[in-house]
Design a protein around this ligand. Structure first.
Ligand code: DAH
Length: 350
């Protein structure tokens, strides 16, 4: 059977446009070919539309042939685009005058293109980690999405425990939750390391609660855990003092109060004299002159057990440092909400 009169047109178009695509050496040229071929007024688009003039008996075959032509052109253009993009990157890399080791423009004196800098929280976290690193602590990182076991149960906070009320959180559909504190990492560390060991792990934590100048639904903590045969509150306190004077770069007044946390016994609240008001009272310290900065204590035997250790053999101390609060003290920031607000006018001050 003779082929239909239009099939030669379609074959000619196929050859013409595939050759046009292949001959494009630059992306702008390819974009023009794309418009001329497949655009609203493109040649192939016109062929597709010409189905209206084809006799009814031929419509099906014509439709199939033009659809195949269009698909072939689309594929050729996409393939060529990938090739040309890769070639562009390669050309930049091959350019002998391009030096990827040069410092950014701002450092070279071009202030019209300022570079960014570390977020104050990041700076404080790195400094705290450096202090602990110098004391032999491993610096670890644990997930923000946690199991109920790691976040609560293993820390001696079963479902019925009133302490759960203080740390309402965001639950995921799959039963996991956003960790309410970095203490969830304690269980992970206990399961990972052979004692004796010492480690710090920092990051974001989440609470389902109303916000004010000193409360945020998302904030940062840094947890420390040390496990050894014999540990003492004196050792804990001295480590905390070393840390705080290194970070705040001055002797700071601290006070230790008994504090209840189900996962430590005894537990303490280490408060620091408010650096914003010097102890006179302000909105950040709720007019008390003191800021709760560092709850800590000796690891509860139940927690050691949940971590697979025998409390008759091993002891530990732990602390949960409020990194957001420490950054506020350090830089004199009066409202915690500024930290994660993303306002460049605020951030560029650091
Ligand atoms: N995880 C507690 C909280 O966020 C803080 C805390 C208290 C951590 C005592 C500790 C600790 O390691 O020993 O409220």
């Amino acid at each position: 059977m003779d082929s239909a009169p239009w099939s030669a047109d379609i074959e000619a178009a196929r050859q013409q446009w595939l050759a046009a695509v292949a001959s494009c050496a630059q992306l702008p040229a390819l974009r023009s070919v794309q418009v001329e071929c497949l655009g609203k007024n493109g040649a192939v688009t016109a062929l597709v539309r010409r189905i209206a003039e084809v006799p009814p008996a031929d419509k099906r075959a014509y439709g199939q042939a033009t659809a195949a032509l269009k698909a072939a052109c689309e594929t050729a253009i996409a393939t060529r685009q990938t090739e040309l993009e890769a070639a562009e990157v390669q050309a930049e890399l091959d350019d002998a005058t391009f030096d990827c080791t040069l410092p950014p423009a701002a450092v070279l004196g071009n202030r019209a293109r300022p570079t960014g800098h570390a977020h104050p929280l990041c700076t404080v976290q790195q400094e705290v980690e450096a202090v602990f690193s110098s004391m032999g602590f491993a610096v670890l990182d644990y997930p923000e999405v946690e199991s109920e076991f790691n976040n609560f149960e293993a820390l001696n906070i079963p479902g019925w425990h009133p302490a759960r009320e203080m740390q309402d959180t965001f639950w995921l559909d799959n039963g996991l939750l956003l960790r309410t504190h970095t203490s969830s990492g304690q269980v992970r560390a206990l399961h990972t390391f052979q004692p004796p060991f010492r480690a710090v792990f920092a990051g974001k934590v989440f609470r389902y609660e109303a916000t004010d100048a000193s409360h945020e639904h998302t904030f940062h903590q840094l947890e420390g855990l040390l496990v050894d045969r014999v540990v003492s509150v004196g050792h804990l306190l001295d480590s905390m003092r070393t840390l705080l004077s290194a970070i705040l770069r001055r002797q700071v007044e601290v006070r230790l109060r008994p504090g209840y946390f189900p996962f430590v016994e005894p537990g303490f609240e280490l408060d620091i004299a408010c650096q914003l008001c010097g102890g006179a009272g302000c909105s950040a310290c709720k007019q008390s002159g003191w800021l709760e900065l560092l709850p800590c204590g000796l690891v509860h035997p139940q927690v050691l057990r949940a971590g697979g250790l025998d409390p008759a053999q091993w002891q530990g101390w732990a602390f949960g440092l409020g990194l957001s609060r420490l950054a506020m003290m350090r830089y004199g920031i009066g409202d915690v909400r500024l930290l994660l607000g993303g306002d460049v006018r605020f951030l560029s001050q650091f």
